[in-house]
Design a protein around this ligand. Structure first.
Ligand code: NDP
Length: 315
């Protein structure tokens, strides 16, 4: 390990809408933020196609282009954006304490405040055809991509609250939504299940799994398999929404920061404060419910304001 130690006021970990918004606010508050982007610069939005629901883009925009805009804006105010991964952390539990992080297992950074915006990763089934057609009809976000399937038939995979919510959202846009449930019941809350049952253009098929997504460059259908009798059938759909859960990117904070049983960081009340002083969390890493770019950006702003106030109170 190198012995280069750098001391900074504010370290931002992660480069999605939450991280960049935190950076814009922190830079404008003279916190001289340094951001480590993680391996997927720009975060989850760079894996979607068009973004039509972010305010300020009346004609819509491309997810990657939008994140480039975020980055440029953060850099305009002096954010030091660096490509790299934080590989371990040694956070202080004292007010005014210094938090240490290691970058790419070599460089050590000492920071007075930390803003964690490492996001969450949508889970996929792992089928070759599913992976190949991400962006070509396979999506893990109905609110991002549902609009493109207006008047068309789609399938949703999953049986939890996300699947139920995505299906009811899509039912308002699409002609027909088929939910594929691998067991003979849905795990979603009763209220969500009732909403599904009451929606006329949703059909739920139980004991059924996705076998293959059909199509070369765009989705033309799916082949599904009944896991009781192994019977296969093809459904003609143009969209496949995978809703089998998300995994928050919090491995390196295990045992350090309070998290729920799935791994989402727990923040205090309406703030972005974690259980450690000077460590804040914003975006999907602490939000399993809304998970939108605009809500992530909002909490990124809050984390920068919380950092600024925390540092201000130390003087
Ligand atoms: P969950 O972990 O609750 O559910 C995941 C679902 O995906 C399960 O039904 C599971 O099936 C299914 N699944 C997993 N792997 C596969 C597979 N390989 N093939 C087929 N199906 C699979 O995740 P959610 O994202 O739905 O919810 C996460 C949390 O967020 C929950 O606590 C939920 O209540 C909450 N939430 C709340 C909302 C709200 O209140 N508005 C909205 C969205 C989420 P199986 O049941 O067979 O294991």
């Amino acid at each position: 390990m190198s012995n280069t130690i750098e001391r900074i006021k504010c370290l931002i970990i992660g480069s999605g809408p939450a991280g960049y918004t935190a950076a814009i606010y922190a830079a404008r508050a003279d916190l001289n933020p340094v951001m480590y982007t993680g391996m997927q610069m720009g975060g989850q939005l760079t894996t979607t196609t068009e973004v039509d629901n972010y305010p300020g883009y009346p004609k819509g925009t491309d997810g990657t282009a939008m994140m480039e805009d975020f980055k440029n804006q953060a850099e305009r105010f002096g954010t030091d954006v660096r490509f790299g991964m934080i590989t371990s952390v040694d956070f202080s539990d004292k007010v005014g304490g210094i938090h240490k992080v290691t970058v790419d297992t070599s460089k050590v950074i000492e920071a007075e405040t930390i803003i964690i915006s490492t996001g969450a990763t949508a889970k996929y089934l792992g089928l070759e055809s599913e992976q190949r057609l991400i962006g070509g009809g396979v999506s893990a976000c109905a609110t991002c991509d549902g609009f493109f399937y207006k008047g068309q038939d789609v399938v949703v995979i999953g049986a939890g609250d996300t699947a139920a919510e995505e299906a009811t959202y899509l039912a308002n846009i699409c002609s027909k939504v088929t939910i594929l449930v691998r067991k003979d019941f849905m795990r979603a809350s009763k209220a969500m299940q009732h909403r599904v049952e009451k929606t006329k253009n949703i059909e739920v098929i139980f004991n059924t799994e996705l076998d293959e997504v059909l199509g070369d460059t765009v989705v033309e259908g799916v082949r599904v398999i009944n896991n009781k009798n192994n019977e296969k059938q093809e459904l003609k759909v143009t969209g496949v929404f995978i809703a089998i859960g998300h995994k928050p990117n919090t491995e390196i904070f295990k045992g350090v920061l309070d998290m729920d049983d799935v791994g989402y960081l727990i923040t205090k009340g309406k703030s972005t404060k974690t259980n450690l002083p000077g460590v804040f969390a914003a975006g999907d890493v602490q939000d399993k419910e809304y998970r939108q770019a605009v809500t992530a950006a909002g909490t990124g702003c809050m984390a920068a304001l919380d950092s600024e106030r925390y540092l201000g109170a130390l003087i």
